[in-house]
Design a protein around this ligand. Structure first.
Ligand SMILES: O=C(O)CCC(=O)C(=O)O
Length: 317
């Protein structure tokens, strides 16, 4: 157990036990944090954007690689007034402030509607560390909030986490998984394993626990805990925590909404020459294809453009 609290600040919103839990495990679940009517509106707005009934505006719409008719994710939600009700929700930001401090930027937001898997495994999100995507620091002032919109369980591919892996692992190299069928990895669904990764579901103390037998997945990322959640439940994740989500083997969707927040005083770093270089290269290829007229833009500029201040004063980010 931690003897020192380094990852959270005193804002009076988290109990000492919650702070110690986050320090030790790198995640924290707050049940029923978000009002269901906000989530219902967000879910409806997703459906309307996915069906073309509502204009997407700046929002990026992504389709499942194995089932091109299905929108499985939309991202960069922060300019939409419905999604802002989630991203700027007081109850949420009051908790986020314990991780980031009082000046808060919403850096990256998504609504993920994991569809029933068509058999390729593309609905899973391989084990990864969110920091891999982020060209800003300090690490400990970044936090993800991920809220279940629909019941999320093992059958429809809930999140799983490796408790404590934020302490034992540096930022690891990420790759497209080698163990999914050819062409079945969704864009930007990077994972930290490079070889064949076999997950076996075991029942451990009544809770399903994943063990990995991948030779490449660090032993320190075992065991896996499934984060089964009900609508409104919110999990906060440290950016180095190894986590992912399973295949949706049910006939239901699995909707969740998330936002990554960072302290506004954070600063951008150069990721060229680091393990993060491949994501910089791939994102910039997409940006240049989409906006060929913009020539002088780099990876940090992309983040500068898509992030918004949600509390306090904007500074370096
Ligand atoms: O919602 C999911 O299935 C995975 C989300 C996740 O792990 C992430 O966005 O970092």
């Amino acid at each position: 157990m931690s003897s020192k609290i380094t990852l959270t600040r005193d804002t009076g919103r988290l109990s000492i036990n919650q702070k110690i839990f986050y320090e030790d495990n790198g995640y924290l679940v707050i049940p029923r944090l978000i009002a269901l009517d906000i989530l219902k509106e967000c879910s409806q707005r997703f459906d309307d954007i996915a069906s073309g009934k509502h204009p997407r505006g700046e929002i990026i719409v992504m389709k499942d690689v194995s089932d091109r008719g299905v929108v499985n994710k939309i991202q960069d939600l922060n300019y939409d007034e419905v999604f802002q009700k989630y991203i700027e929700c007081k109850e949420l930001l009051d908790i986020v402030e314990s991780f980031t401090g009082g000046n808060i930027m919403a850096m990256h937001s998504m609504l993920i509607a994991k569809p029933p898997d068509v058999g390729s495994g593309s609905s899973r999100h391989p084990p990864h560390q969110d920091l891999y995507y982020f060209p800003f620091r300090p690490i400990n002032k970044i936090v993800a909030a991920w809220t279940a919109i629909e019941p999320c369980d093992v059958l429809n591919g809930c999140l799983y986490v490796s408790p404590g892996s934020h302490k034992t692992n540096p930022l690891l190299p990420h790759f497209y998984p080698a163990d999914t069928k050819a062409g079945s990895a969704n864009k930007f669904y990077y994972g930290i394993q490079v070889g064949t990764c076999l997950f076996v579901l075991l029942l451990f103390l009544g809770n399903p626990v994943f063990f990995s037998f991948s030779k490449d997945l660090p032993v320190s990322t075992m065991p896996w805990i499934n984060a089964e959640m009900l609508p409104g439940d919110t999990i906060f994740l440290h950016p180095l925590l190894v986590h992912g989500s399973g295949v949706n083997t049910s006939t239901r969707t699995r909707k969740a909404i998330s936002c990554h927040y960072a302290a506004a005083e954070s600063s951008y770093i150069e990721v060229k020459g680091t393990v993060q270089e491949p994501v910089d290269v791939e994102v910039m290829e997409v940006v240049r294809r989409r906006f060929p007229e913009i020539t002088s833009i780099n990876y940090s500029d992309v983040w500068r453009y898509k992030s918004t201040l949600v509390r306090g004063i904007r500074s370096l980010l």
